[in-house]
Design a protein around this ligand. Structure first.
Ligand SMILES: [Mg+2]
Length: 324
């Protein structure tokens, strides 16, 4: 590609990022795009949290399944969900994007529209980034989310104790169900429910859990309930019993408990709370359901309990994203 073309492409992209960063910055970004580095100003007494995610075409999204808006939304949703899981407030996002030769301008605009749409919901400025020509035919993105939380107060995976109750926000399995229907070509942009295309990170819930001191441990459901619950149990050194009848299944996954247990990318929060904690049924407008109990065991074990009280092992199944 000619250098001039490349430069023009880059300038247009940087302009897109600049426009995308027009979100309210709330004074947390002292200096955004336009110098060698961004300068962030976390609220005083806060610690800075950083999370980074790949968003690779053919692995995390497909241009024939996901719209450009969906790819942009999903790109930033994952990091926002990680911040939510620790009770953090987002400060800024940074995006590096490599585009193959000939990527349609329309796609790039749509991607930024999707990304900005979710970023604006939480007033997250895009405070920097880089662009390059992709060395392959795939779109490659890498996003960094920076957040902050009152020093020493971040929700962690490691605080659950035997006797604590296990809660989940929202419902599970919807994202995997929608992905399955995209796969078989029955996906549709009609209707309101798009947990796969447009997941909703639970930042307000995470912040409320932290503020009210309700959770002893927390993690977000990115790989699937069984996988993420295992991470929480291992970090906390406890075992858990999950009551299957209590697990809230997303309407798109109705009757498919396996998707609720092992489907990923729901971006709900799983948390532990002391049995005496006054956990409301809704937090920040999102349903909260108690689905299990943490128990003491020699080594971490997850058990599922069916309606008749029969106990069987719950193995971390993890949703293999059948995108590539
Ligand atoms: Mg996570």
């Amino acid at each position: 590609m000619l250098r001039g073309e490349r430069r023009m492409g880059e300038l247009a992209l940087i302009e897109s990022i600049r426009l995308a960063s027009a979100a309210r910055t709330m004074g947390r970004v002292r200096l955004g795009i336009g110098d060698d580095c961004a300068i962030l100003r976390p609220p005083s007494g806060h610690e800075v949290l950083v999370t980074t995610d790949f968003c690779l075409e053919g692995r995390h999204f497909r241009r024939d399944w996901h719209t450009a808006e969906s790819a942009g939304h999903r790109c930033i949703a994952r990091g926002l969900s990680d911040l939510a899981a620790m009770g953090a407030k987002p400060l800024a996002a940074f995006l590096s994007l490599a585009l193959p030769t000939g990527t349609e301008r329309k796609w790039v605009n749509g991607f930024f529209r999707g990304l900005r749409g979710l970023a604006d919901q939480f007033a997250v400025p895009l405070a920097g980034g880089d662009t390059a020509q992709s060395p392959s035919e795939h779109i490659l993105a890498d996003i960094v989310l920076v957040g902050s939380v009152l020093a020493g107060k971040a929700l962690r995976r490691s605080g659950a104790r035997s006797g604590d109750l296990l809660y989940v926000t929202g419902s599970l399995g919807g994202s995997a169900a929608e992905l399955t229907s995209l796969h078989v070509g029955t996906g549709s942009n009609q209707g309101e429910e798009h947990p796969q295309n447009f997941p909703a990170p639970r930042l307000a819930v995470g912040a409320a859990l932290l503020r009210r001191g309700l959770a002893t441990a927390c993690i977000d459901v990115s790989d699937g309930l069984s996988s993420d619950l295992k991470h929480l149990c291992e970090a906390s050194g406890v075992s858990v019993e999950v009551e299957l009848a209590k697990v809230p299944i997303h309407p798109l996954a109705e009757g498919r408990i396996e998707l609720a247990l092992h489907g990923g990318e729901d971006y709900e929060l799983l948390f532990a709370a002391r049995p005496g904690a006054a956990v409301p049924r809704r937090i920040a407008g999102v349903a909260v359901t108690q689905i299990g109990t943490f128990v003491e065991r020699g080594r971490t074990l997850m058990v599922k309990v069916d309606e008749r009280g029969r106990r069987t092992r719950l193995d971390a199944g993890g949703w293999e994203h059948r995108i590539g």
